[in-house]
Every structure is written in C-alpha cells, then in structure tokens.
Design a protein around this ligand. Structure first.
Ligand code: NAD
Ligand code: IPM
Ligand code: MN
Length: 357
C-alpha cells in the first residue's frame, strides 16, 4: 500500500532545505521501493501571501490525510507586524494542535566529526546523545485566557496562562518513560515546581507514573538548573521530559552542543503515531536566499519520518549513514565550518548526501 508524504516548505530557508530533503526522500523511495507518494502545500507566510491565512483549509485537510508531514520553517520579518492570530507561527501551532501532535522528540546527538564545531570543549560534548521530549500542544502556548487587556488605571497588561491537565501530563510522561526504556533508562523531568503550581502537579504525575516503569530511574530538576547543567555537563542526561515552553528553550540550547542548530531534527507525534517532522530551527531570515543554510537537520528529520511514521527503518539508517559519510568527507556548511574542512552550499550538501546514498 502506498504512503503519502506532505511537504510544507514554508518560509525563509524553508524551501531551500526542504528541496534537499525532498531529493533524498525520492532517492530512498526508489532505492528501497517504499512506494511513497508526495504532495506539497502552503503554510506560514507563504500561505498568508497566497490567501491571507497562515493555515489554509486545503493545507490542513491535506495534512490530516497524509501519513507523514515534512515541514521546513515558518515566519519572518515580513509578517512580524501582523496580529497574533494571523502570524505565520499560528500556521505551525494550528497544525500541531489540530493533528494533536502532543509529543515532540528532539534528539541532540553529536556526530564525532563535529566535536570541534561545538562551542563547548570536545571532552564535554563527545559522545553526547540526549533525547528531549517536549510537550507540544499544551502549557502556556495554548492556555486560556490570553491576550492584552486594559486595566482600570488605563494601563495595558499582557497575559498568558500556564495550564496542564493530569491527562496531558500523563500522556507525555508515558512517551518519555517509554523512550527512556529504549535507551539508558534515565529520565529527568524538568519543571519549576519551586514556584509554579502547574509544575507541582507535573512532578506529582511523573512520580506516580514512575511506579509503572520501575526499570527507569526518574529524577527532577528545576529548569534554571537544567539550563546550566546542559552546558556544564550535558552527558549526565539521557531523556529529558518537560513542558512546551521549557522544551522550546532547552532544545535550542541542546542544539548548540551538537555544533549547530542546523543539525537538530525533530518528530512531533500524535497518539496514532502520525507525525510531522521538522528541523528545530526557524526560517533563518538572516541567511535566507543565500543558499548557505545547513539542510542536514531537515534531512535527518526525513530519516526520523521514515523511522517513526513510514516503517522504513532501513531507509532511515541509510540516510543517517550518508550524513555521517559526508561529514567524514569533510564537507561543512558555514554554520559547522571549522579549519581544515571544505565549505559547501545548501545544494552541494544535499547533492553530497545523495551521492553517499
Ligand atoms: P532561527 O532558528 O530561524 O535562527 C537563529 C540563528 O540560527 C540565525 O542566525 C540563523 O541564521 C541560524 N540558523 C538557523 N537554522 C540554520 C540552518 N539550517 N543553517 C545555518 N544556520 C541556521 O531563529 P530566529 O531568528 O529566532 O527566528 C526566525 C524566524 O523563524 C521567526 O519568524 C521565528 O518565529 C521562526 N521560527 C520558526 C520555527 C519553525 O518553523 N519550526 C522555529 C523557530 C523559529
Ligand atoms: C519551534 C519554534 C516554534 C515553537 C515557534 C515558531 C512557534 O520555535 O518549533 O521550536 O516555539 O514551538
Ligand atoms: Mn523553538
């Protein structure tokens, strides 16, 4: 039975990096006889320019029907002045919430070839392999009420609401415990339980769940300490589970441990394991259109897509091995460039991965 992949290039460097991942997907589709069918649609600023909304009905319906989605990135200065509901980012958030993609997996793995590209000392990061499990459809990103209101004294006040229900905490907790079971059996839950009641409940539910996973060692850490520990001694972590906003911030931090945000892929899954796959980085307006963005996070996201949503483990591993091979060859985009290596463009990096396949 053929499976369908929806490509959502989005904005900025999105179309540049998705083009390279698309070529890689076509190649493994042929090589491994996967029978994948491809379609594409507009989201974010590209959709706003076309039809005035960041998530057109047609895009959402194609996304619902697809077996898996590969997204580039959305957003950029062109649309920053729009009201919140019409911004490109709402397209991405709308996909996540409409498809109930509550489990965001962000693996920070250091390729040994990139030890010198990290801003940390090689001995601090060598062998790094962390999985951040970020809750993606709740927390302060979606809590109600939210907005800007006028107070009695005439001053305006902005407000958001940080909420989690027990069931939301429990389902992301299960994903994290199960991930830890497949790995080194250590789970660190990151919260702010010394200040925020919502995370007191979070901690309580994680403790409760731990009884069902006696083989996993659960620990807790406040988010400020976690941010510090990630750069002090990142290898102490195996799996980290945390809420939407803390996970957003800590995963960008973890990305730098791997050398560049251009290396970090992600999977966003729902209860049916339908998934949307995207690099953790954004549309990088500062380098868009120059052909210098690193496409590897997107190519590695395509590998995660093959693994988690398309039951094509062999093809996923082939892509990961090809990425490792091009790094062995010394090819580097600007963001991971260091002395003694060959600087390549987005397109050249994509072509090199194809050749290695
Ligand atoms: P960003 O991740 O786009 O860029 C941060 C820095 O990292 C920039 O200097 C950029 O050049 C660099 N960078 C990012 N990806 C790179 C790559 N593949 N190769 C080389 N360098 C790369 O974050 P930002 O500047 O804070 O946000 C820019 C826009 O992207 C905003 O509109 C933001 O809302 C949006 N955004 C979208 C997503 C997404 O679609 N998933 C994620 C984050 C930010
Ligand atoms: C990410 C991004 C998004 C987020 C934005 C663009 C809505 O930063 O995917 O990490 O905050 O989740
Ligand atoms: Mn982010």
């Amino acid at each position: 039975m053929s499976k369908s992949v929806l490509l959502l290039p989005g904005d900025g460097i999105g179309p540049e990096i998705v083009a390279e991942a698309e070529k890689v997907l076509h190649k493994v589709n042929e090589k491994f006889g996967l029978g994948l069918k491809f379609d594409s649609a507009l989201v974010g600023g590209a959709a706003i320019d076309d039809s005035g909304v960041p998530l057109p009905e047609e895009t959402l319906s194609k996304a619902r029907d697809a077996d898996a989605i590969l997204l580039g990135a959305v957003g950029g200065p062109k649309w920053d002045a729009l009201e919140m509901a019409l911004r490109p980012e709402k397209g991405l958030l709308g996909l996540r919430s409409n498809l109930a993609l509550f489990a965001n997996l962000r693996p920070a793995i250091l390729y040994p070839q990139l030890a010198s590209a990290s801003s940390l000392k090689p001995e601090v990061v060598s062998g790094l392999d962390i999985m951040i499990v970020r809750e993606l459809t709740g927390g302060i990103y979606f809590g109600q009420p939210r907005g800007v209101r006028e107070l009695e004294n005439g001053e305006r006040q902005g407000y958001n609401t940080y909420v989690y229900t027990e069931s939301e905490i429990r389902r992301i907790g299960r994903v994290a415990f199960e991930a830890a079971q497949q790995r080194n059996k250590k789970l660190c839950s990151v919260d702010k339980a010394n200040v925020l009641e919502v995370t007191v409940l979070w901690r309580e539910i994680m403790e409760d769940l731990a009884k069902e996973y006696p083989d996993v060692e659960l620990s807790h850490m406040y988010v400020d300490n976690a941010a510090m520990q990630l750069v002090r001694a990142p290898k102490q972590f195996d799996v980290i589970v945390t809420g939407n906003m803390f996970g957003d911030i800590l995963s960008d931090e973890a990305a730098m441990l791997t050398g560049s945000i251009g290396m970090l892929p992600s999977a966003s899954l729902n209860a049916d394991k339908q998934g949307m796959y995207e690099p953790c980085h954004g549309s990088a307006p500062d380098i868009a259109g120059q052909g210098i963005a690193n496409p590897l996070a997107t190519i590695l996201s395509a590998a995660m897509m093959l693994r988690y949503s398309l039951q094509a483990e062999e093809a996923a591993q082939a892509i990961e091995a090809a990425v490792s091979k091009v790094l062995d060859q010394g090819l580097r985009t600007a963001d991971i460039m260091s002395e003694g290596h060959t600087r390549v463009s987005t397109l050249e990096m994509g072509e090199a991965v194809l050749a290695a396949l």
